[in-house]
Design a protein around this ligand. Structure first.
Ligand code: URA
Length: 188
């Protein structure tokens, strides 16, 4: 699917995995569809499921604060989506089969946005997009280039809500992101 409207319509009716049974809304993506910087989380939580928008609960408020530290915002210069578009029950990790059923939508989103940089939010996205053996505690903030796209992972905002001791490292990772944005000439 190579146009936004077609992709959104297909995703809205998706029944490729069991997560469709209990969803209130498909949570497709939000932000600037031409952004050079894209963020990818794990999957919708309760608020996201109810509103149909990624990262609108407590973790989302923290994500917005994190973005603003380096002058990014979902309204202007980033696009935000998730590995799976429907909420896993009780916010459990999405199963591998659910991720595989859904990943095509994300690949299409990446093809349409054409970001220069992708930031994985947390372990699940990093394992799916960077390396199946990714260790977030050891590797967060490191950069790898896949094709034309620079990729990194930072701690998921939910992890930062649970464990504030991880926040200083994440601040460093955000500064590194700002440097990468400058280095590659990403528009922000
Ligand atoms: N956590 C995620 O990974 N994605 C969301 O959209 C919300 C919370």
């Amino acid at each position: 699917m190579n146009d936004w409207n077609g992709l959104k319509a297909e995703c809205a009716d998706c029944r490729r995995c069991g997560l469709c049974e209990q969803r209130h809304n498909v949570v497709f993506g939000v932000g600037n569809e031409c952004a050079d910087v894209m963020f990818v989380g794990e999957g919708p939580g309760e608020q996201e499921d109810l509103q149909g928008i990624p990262f609108v609960g407590p973790a989302g408020r923290l994500l917005d604060d994190m973005l603003s530290i380096i002058d990014l915002s979902r309204k202007e210069n980033v696009y935000i989506s998730n590995i799976v578009k429907c909420r896993p029950p009780r916010n459990r990790d999405p199963l591998e089969t659910e991720q595989d059923a859904c990943i095509g939508y994300l690949r299409n989103q990446v093809a349409l946005v054409k970001p220069k940089i992708i930031v994985c939010l947390g372990r699940i996205a990093a394992k799916k997009l960077i390396d199946e053996n990714y260790r977030i505690t050891r590797q967060h903030g490191q950069w790898v280039k896949k094709g034309d796209i620079w990729m990194t992972a930072i701690y998921h905002p939910s992890a930062l809500l649970r464990d504030v001791s991880k926040r200083p490292e994440t601040f460093d990772d955000l500064i590194s992101l700002r440097e990468k944005i400058r280095e590659v000439g990403a528009k922000v």
